[in-house]
Design a protein around this ligand. Structure first.
Ligand code: NAD
Length: 386
């Protein structure tokens, strides 16, 4: 019998790697599932819910007995060292520090890092980055809407007409597309920019107008369909072209990332100060260097407006999917279930490196690091982000 487990995540994380629905599917398939006491409380699942789904709820996971350990936040070295040789761990693991890799190789476990899952059509069902970015992009808009002293939609009433809010979204990846779609659903007008050539069409497909900043497609295109860091000259041209759009917006939402790099700086304090008093900026990447100068992860910062009395609020998000613990966990758990299904063949755990998803995700195996292996993720992503 294969033993699969999910721990209680350390605070302030609110998500859980397995939810009762996925536990039920796993136990019905004949596997033993261990859930740590209170692991699902913040995501809305009691210990009793897990027991009803067939899990054993335990005070501490007996890590040496576990074949597959699912988790959300990277495991501490103290937990890694208690895993049995050959165990498989699946979860978010970045940053890939030397200490983390050393702990995983010393324990001789196979570590599957969700950040390394290839962005291919086949891998979409396991794509944690996408499922969590969906939650993050949605959250960005709600954070802005609740702080903006204005409506998002057009309102034509007997008491007068209220124009729709103007929203600018920078970064049109999975989170940015979800932010655009959410702002549109709330009735705002949305303009967006990204440096990947395909992003203009993707933005239009969810109802935004595209802000063309006049870059060559080669300037923004990196490996595997991701963006690359812009050179100083291109970055400054982009800022100049974006400045009037940002100044005219009621809301700026930034979701721009470059894998393995600090978040690109898209808006300076001067660009933000040029917005009207009362405007709101949400920086989804505040914890990774920040797209917006002056943003602080987990805090609101007030910047005086250069256009009159009053200020602009800069909201720095910190792990935004954790603010939607129930649905972010539901999606995360389904990603875990699909990864587990890939691993189990004839009722045995088999890590088959002919499978591009497992080969791409594995960062350690049998006591060695695989970080330097050429990643299947470097092939261009097929299909749309959504
Ligand atoms: P990400 O989180 O790495 O970055 C978010 C967005 O920021 C990206 O669209 C990127 O181009 C953009 N960006 C980076 N630097 C920028 C800058 N200076 N200015 C403006 N925008 C900038 O991206 P992601 O959401 O993880 O998606 C990455 C890629 O993977 C995209 O091409 C996406 O369509 C693709 N994808 C494909 C699949 C699939 O095929 N199944 C699934 C998910 C994502």
């Amino acid at each position: 019998m294969i033993t699969i487990a999910a721990p209680r995540e350390p605070e302030p994380e609110t998500r859980v790697a397995l939810v009762p629905e996925t536990v039920m599917a796993l136990t019905r398939a004949g596997h033993r599932v261990l859930i740590e006491t209170a692991a699902g409380i913040a995501a809305g699942h009691s210990d009793e819910d897990y027991r009803k789904a067939g899990a054993d709820v335990v005070d501490g996971i007996p890590l040496a007995e576990v074949s597959i350990l699912t988790h959300v936040t990277p495991l501490p070295a103290s937990a890694i060292s208690r895993l049995g040789e050959g165990a498989v761990t699946i979860g978010l693991m970045a940053p890939f520090t030397d200490e983390r890799i050393a702990a995983l190789t010393a324990a001789r476990v196979t570590a599957l890092a969700c950040e390394k899952i290839p962005r291919t059509s086949r891998a979409q069902a396991m794509d944690v980055l996408s499922s969590q970015a969906l939650a993050a992009g949605y959250r960005c808009v709600l954070e802005a809407a609740i702080r903006l002293p204005r409506f998002f939609p057009l309102a034509m009433t007997a008491a007068g007409t209220v124009p729709p809010a103007k929203v600018v979204v920078l970064g049109i990846g999975v989170a940015g597309l979800q932010a655009i779609a959410t702002a549109k659903r709330l009735g705002a007008t949305v303009a967006a920019n990204d440096i990947r050539p395909s992003s203009a069409e993707e933005a239009r497909s969810v109802g935004a107008t595209f802000i063309d900043v006049g870059l060559d497609s080669a300037e923004g295109t990196g490996k595997g369909g991701y963006a690359r860091s812009l050179g100083a000259d291109a970055a400054s041209r982009q800022q100049q072209a974006l400045a009037p759009h940002i100044a005219d917006a009621d809301v700026l939402i930034t979701t721009a990332g470059v894998p393995g790099k600090a978040a690109p700086r898209l808006a300076t304090s001067d660009m933000i100060a040029a917005m009207r008093p009362g405007s709101v900026v949400v920086d989804m990447l505040a914890a990774s260097g920040g797209n917006v100068e002056g943003s602080v992860a987990g805090s609101d910062v007030q910047l005086p407006s250069a256009r009159g009395q009053g200020h602009i609020t800069i909201v720095g998000l910190d792990t935004p999917p954790a603010q939607l613990a129930a649905d972010a966990s539901r999606l995360y758990a389904k990603n875990m279930q699909n990864m587990i299904n890939l691993l189990i063949v004839d009722n045995e755990v088999q890590v088959d490196f002919d499978d591009d998803i497992l080969a791409g995700a594995a960062i350690t195996h049998q006591g060695s690091s695989r970080l330097e292996e050429p990643s299947p993720a470097s092939t261009p992503p097929k299909g749309d982000a959504q």
